[in-house]
Write a protein that binds this ligand. Structure first.
Ligand code: GTP
Ligand code: MG
Length: 192
């Protein structure tokens, strides 16, 4: 797949209030600040499509984009943001379950982890949840430009181990260099 067109559709507090047109969907999930919105912009070659920020917790709503007039790409709010109040966390859970529960249009989730860090408990729970509802996922390790090529395997091994994914199935990604773009588009093809 190549992305020829991408446009913003809508922001939702709770999933449902948008005309899905029956189009297949894929979603971006991962910790706050891991680089979901930046990845969307690199994938679509449009720097201002999704709002990014150096401050975690930027994306609080479920943002939907139309790709090639035939797919919906969903930017989910990040999880695991420590400063978020308990009430906000509960809201997050409600939003997530409103999105995932019984969503037959959702074909695959792109789960992002930071290549520099071991996955968090939230990442492990996210994967466990996706497996439990039989939604396939693609694992992407972002910010690969932050570590040397030599250190890469040393970082991918514990990530794979924690999430029970073969290290060679993890896509190293850099929004700085564009690394991973082709691999991710190819991986998405298998599900869309
Ligand atoms: P929330 O909306 O809070 O869930 O965060 P997010 O996952 O959407 O993160 P966002 O895309 O806003 O990026 C967070 C920060 O990481 C920004 O300062 C980005 O410039 C930076 N960033 C994202 N991807 C990369 C990458 O591949 N390499 C480097 N060096 N920085 C990155
Ligand atoms: Mg974001």
């Amino acid at each position: 797949m190549d992305i020829k067109s991408a446009s913003f559709v809508t922001s939702m507090a709770t999933y449902g209030s948008f005309t899905n047109r029956g189009l297949p969907q894929f979603a971006m999930a991962g910790r706050s600040n891991v680089g979901k919105s930046t990845l969307i912009n690199v994938l679509c070659r449009n720097k201002s499509l999704a709002k990014t920020s150096g401050t975690p917790g930027k994306t609080r709503l479920i943002n939907t984009f139309l790709i090639n007039d035939s797919l919906h790409m969903i930017d989910l709010p990040g999880y695991g943001y420590a400063k978020v109040a308990k009430q906000e966390k509960e809201k997050w859970s409600e939003r997530m379950s409103s999105f995932f529960a019984g969503n037959e249009l959702l074909k695959v989730v792109v789960l992002l982890v930071d290549i520099r860090h071991e996955p968090s408990i939230d990442d492990v729970q996210m994967i466990r949840y996706l497996r439990s509802i039989s939604i396939p996922f693609i694992l992407v390790a972002t910010k690969s430009d932050k570590i040397s090529k030599a250190a890469r395997q040393r970082h991918l091994l514990p990530i794979g181990l924690a999430l029970q994914v073969q290290p060679f199935d993890i896509i190293p990604w850099s929004s700085e260099t564009g690394e991973g773009r082709e691999a991710l588009l190819k991986a998405l093809d298998q599900f869309l």
